[in-house]
Design a protein around this ligand. Structure first.
Ligand code: CAO
Length: 477
């Protein structure tokens, strides 16, 4: 009996555990479904061969100059089909600006419009308007950086676009957001000044300075690209487009946020990491210009290296990061500073930064910037050689990663451009040369808008895509 009972017990246990197994098995697919979040199965294609990130996205690109084109070029690198609309016979104004090769599109244009297609349409011509409306219906995103009101004057108000295509995302760069300056035209340096960069750049005893990096134009273009990709993602849920606005003033301020941080810190005392603190110079009411002081809590400065007398770029940025202070002292021949109470701790060093950097410079001046870099990196000391654009253009590692790319152009020959600085492991960037003015007009009319030969011929003579031509018969007569 006991045996029978034991057997029965075992059977029930076995059944229970079987049920458990079954239950576990049954749970698995449910778990899988939850994890998939409605996404397709992971592709089994080799990395980089599953299409590109924005492959199915069509962009109607009304951008010009720098801010907007930076954005759409990045989207094109990510795989979007970017159709750049340009005025017939003129195009993006920058095609002819800062021209270095006679008759060829300028580097200003070519380096901001790679991997795009160009269609010429006169947006003020009735037939041109018709073509644009058809493109609006087909595209996912319209990007523009005209002066305020210009798009509306073309008849492409948000309401009209939304009516034609409720899924359309309309992305704009403007100089300022809503407010007293919203009607103003804005270029790079205006934005650097209005966004707080210029007042905080330069030396304390000199005028405000603008930076070489185009944080107003290219910086805002980057912000806009993020806005567009986010709107595309939201559209997957909502099914509708939205307006994306990036004001250049806001973009610059976002990049200068550490200076707004310092503005607020001023209420509570001096900014001790600024060298003016160590020099005993009182702070005013606003964040001052900090020369080459580092923006973070680890003091740094630009120091001369061997050859500085003749080479304007023989300098290095040197950071006296606290954890490697001992190594720095040994390198520069000041081992006693490791224990000297005037130098041993970061707070003790703050009033003596000038003296410290002058002493480090005596050492860096005996070496080239690359030698300093090599020696310091062995000790984990953060330093940055001041690289000239010539050195960057010739740097093999930047070529190898596709950050600097050489492309061939039919009228200017080979030129260097900046490839995609954002590397996606499954979506390698395809960097192509910039298009000639209207190079893809007919291709787009035929293949995107699916117009017949007759329709294309009619448009050609209408003056909507080129300067009006005489019809063949009239020309022959
Ligand atoms: N067909 C017909 N007309 C066209 C056209 C086309 N395909 N493309 C553009 N145009 C017209 C526009 O309709 C506009 O005409 P209206 O003023 O009569 O409506 C005109 O060309 C030029 O537009 P714009 O005012 O934008 O150009 P601009 O050279 O006078 O100003 C800029 C340039 C950059 C100051 C201004 O566009 C701007 O403030 N943009 C927003 C901020 C920005 O992006 N600045 C970055 C510039 S990069 O440093």
């Amino acid at each position: 009996m006991r045996k029978k009972a034991a057997k029965a017990k075992n059977k029930t246990a076995a059944k229970k555990s079987a049920k458990k197994v079954v239950r576990l098995k049954a749970k698995k697919p449910a778990k899988k479904a939850a994890a998939s979040n409605g996404l397709p199965r992971p592709s089994s294609k080799p990395w980089g061969q599953a299409g590109r990130a924005l492959e199915d996205v069509k962009i109607l690109d009304f951008t010009h100059v720098q801010s907007g084109p930076t954005c759409t070029q990045l989207l094109a690198y990510m795989g979007a089909d970017v159709i750049k609309v340009e005025r017939p016979g003129i195009g993006d104004f920058t095609r002819g600006q800062l021209r270095d090769v006679k008759g060829a599109d300028s580097l200003y244009f070519t380096m901001l419009n790679g991997s795009k297609r160009s269609i010429t349409i006169d947006s003020k011509h009735p037939k041109g308007k018709e073509l644009l409306e058809r493109l609006v219906k087909l595209c996912d995103v319209l990007v523009e950086n005209f002066a305020p009101g210009a798009l509306d004057r073309m008849g492409l108000t948000w309401e009209h676009i939304h009516e034609l295509n409720p899924r359309m995302i309309v992305a704009s760069v403007k100089g300022f957001g809503p407010g007293p300056y919203e009607e103003c035209k804005v270029y790079e340096n205006v934005a650097q000044c209005a966004g707080g960069s210029a007042s905080t750049t330069g030396f304390r005893d000199g005028p405000p300075l603008v930076t070489g990096a185009q944080i107003g134009d290219s910086g805002t273009g980057l912000h806009l690209a993020l806005g567009i990709v986010s709107a595309l993602y939201q559209r997957l849920r909502t099914g509708r487009g939205q307006k994306v606005l990036c004001a250049m003033q806001d973009g610059v301020l976002n990049l200068a946020r550490v200076k707004l941080r310092d503005q607020q810190r001023l209420k509570h005392g001096p900014l001790t990491e600024y060298s003016q603190y160590g020099e005993g110079i009182p702070f005013g009411k606003a964040t001052p210009r900090a020369g080459n002081d580092s923006g973070g809590g680890q003091p740094g400065w630009i120091l001369k290296c061997k050859g500085w007398e003749s080479d304007p770029d023989a300098y290095i940025y040197f950071i006296t990061q606290a954890p490697v202070w001992g190594a720095i002292c040994d390198l520069i021949g000041k081992p006693e500073w490791k224990t000297d109470s005037d130098f041993a701790t970061p707070p003790a060093r703050l009033p003596r930064l000038r003296q410290i950097f002058d002493t480090i410079e005596q050492w860096t001046m005996t070496k080239t910037k690359f030698e300093v870099m090599e020696i310091c990196n062995k000790h984990d000391i953060p330093v940055g050689p001041i690289l000239s654009m010539k050195e960057i253009a010739e740097e093999p590692s930047l070529r190898a990663t596709g950050t600097v790319v050489e492309v061939d152009h039919p009228t200017r020959g080979k030129y260097l451009t900046v490839g995609n600085p954002i590397k996606l492991s499954d979506s390698p960037a395809a960097v192509r040369r910039s298009p000639l003015l209207g190079e893809h007009t007919e291709e787009i009319l035929r293949k995107v808008l699916r117009l017949s030969e007759k329709e294309v011929a009619e448009i050609r003579v209408s003056g909507a895509i080129t300067a009006p031509e005489k019809p063949a018969k009239a020309a022959a007569a």
